[in-house]
Design a protein around this ligand. Structure first.
Ligand code: FUB
Length: 461
């Protein structure tokens, strides 16, 4: 048993005490595209496989948060199978989504089966939870060059634009239907000018099959507007990529190179992301290869807070292990999803569409950490209830406050959910005094085989 505790302690230490980056640890979730809507931040990501040796990607996932530290998995809502004209089970690359007049539009990088061309697809739904459908039945944008990494931007006057491209940047104004272009699309003006898109570097031109000098811009544009200025941030400098940005007074340019804003990502030669303002804070999302077993093909989303300079320029944003401070709390007296977490070890997400999701692949020694759980000061929790699914073997979910260990000694759980074959909804008593704000750690224990899936938990007074 001592060995088990040591293993758990090491696993917990693998993510240093307050380490929050990468923010998604239940799967490799690169190319984060945040979107603020209705008091929440949605995060649209693609998905590196755990054993990947290239970008062999099959599906796109969504997460959401209201506190910037605990993220809830909302499922694999779109897969390559959404587009029957695309290559299946591969090349599900970077994406971005937006809500417009009650409909959600998700722009994605994919490969057309008939031509093997990298093209932009668009899926549409009434809500992030889907069902998402192919909006057109074919590519939205297709042409000469590497048509990947779409970013969608809706201007103050309601006009919407799509930008995209690797080693080239194209854009077009979208019609109000969001699934067609008003006047086609074209290369972004000034694209080949280093004054617009950064100092030139030698890069491989895959179309010509030779090295050539190109502007700093590499791929992954992210377009937004602040105080009347348009900003485009993008991975730059060839591979390995850092993050740079340009600004313009007009969406049609000219763009002016603004400088480097992030270094080469830790343990990943690509970087990709974008920024949003949420609850008065500015956040820059990106990905790194810093999860256990991570690398350039096994990347996950990270986030840093930053402040624009007084003149509107973006400062250099350093990477941190800590990530960002919470801007909200979790109410333990309401249902908390099993797939809501700040960090985890060993746990995976389901890969389902729809609205029922859960924490899965649970084995002895795996854990989930939920931050900023506010038990309040008005009365004690008396019971803990949890629902488990797909019970494979008996085991238990032990709930702890703030830590699993004090000086290498295991602390006592405040409640234990004992799971036996056939279990579903289980209630257990709460031990000790519990009030105020805490991290809740859920430690799973049982035999050597996979245990069960966790759907939700909730305390009651
Ligand atoms: O994730 C696959 C590709 O890697 C993306 O489309 C690029 O931006 C790079 O991050």
């Amino acid at each position: 048993m001592k060995k088990l505790y040591t293993t758990i302690a090491l696993a917990a230490a693998a993510f240093a005490a307050n380490a929050q980056n990468p923010i998604i640890s239940s799967m490799f979730a690169p190319d984060p595209a945040p979107y603020v809507h209705d008091g929440k931040v949605y995060l649209f990501v693609d998905h590196d496989e755990p054993d990947a040796t290239f970008y062999y990607m099959k599906d796109w996932h969504i997460f959401e948060t209201e506190d910037m530290v605990n993220w809830t998995h909302l499922g694999a809502q779109v897969t390559t199978a959404t587009f029957d004209w695309a290559i299946q089970g591969d090349n599900a690359w970077a994406s971005q989504a937006v809500e417009r007049n009650g409909k959600w539009y998700w722009y994605l990088s994919i490969i057309e089966k008939a031509t093997r061309a990298q093209v932009i697809a668009v899926a549409v739904a009434d809500s992030p939870m889907g069902p998402w459908k192919d909006a057109i039945g074919g590519p939205l944008a297709k042409g000469e060059g590497s048509f990947i990494d779409p970013t969608v931007f809706v201007d103050d006057d309601g006009r919407a634009y799509l930008f995209w491209g690797n080693k080239g940047c194209w854009y077009g104004e979208l019609n109000p239907d969001m699934i067609s272009f008003k006047n086609g699309f074209k290369e972004v003006p000034g694209f080949h000018d280093p004054k617009c898109f950064g100092p030139a570097v030698m890069k491989m031109n895959w179309d010509k099959g030779e090295m050539e000098m190109m502007v700093g811009y590499e791929e992954g544009p992210w377009v937004m507007k602040r105080n009347g200025i348009y900003y485009m941030s993008y991975p730059a400098g060839g591979v390995p990529e850092h993050m740079a940005y340009s600004t313009a007074k007009n969406i049609n340019g000219p763009w002016t190179y603004g400088g480097k804003i992030m270094d080469i990502a830790p343990n990943s030669f690509t970087i990709h992301g974008g920024n949003v303002n949420y609850k008065g804070h500015d956040y820059m999302f990106y990905h790194s290869g810093m999860l256990p077993n991570g690398n350039s093909y096994r990347r996950s989303a990270c986030v840093e807070e930053f402040k624009f300079n007084a003149d509107g320029s973006i400062p250099f944003i350093p990477f941190s292990d800590e990530g960002v401070a919470p801007v909200g709390t979790v109410n333990p007296y309401k249902r908390v999803e099993g797939e809501t977490m700040a960090q985890c070890y060993g746990i995976k997400n389901d890969r389902l569409a729809g609205d029922r999701h859960y924490a899965t692949s649970i084995h002895t020694g795996d854990w989930i950490r939920i931050r900023e759980v506010d038990f309040g000061t008005d009365g004690q929790p008396k019971n803990l209830t949890a629902e488990v699914l797909n019970v494979k073997n008996e085991g238990r979910a032990e709930f702890y406050l703030d830590t699993l260990y004090i000086q290498e000694k295991r602390v006592r759980p405040i409640a234990t959910i004992n799971v036996t074959p056939g279990s579903s909804v289980i209630t257990a008593p709460v031990r000790g005094e519990v009030s105020g704000k805490h991290d809740v750690w859920i430690l799973f224990r049982g035999g050597d085989e996979e245990l069960f899936d966790l759907d939700w938990w909730q305390f009651s007074k």
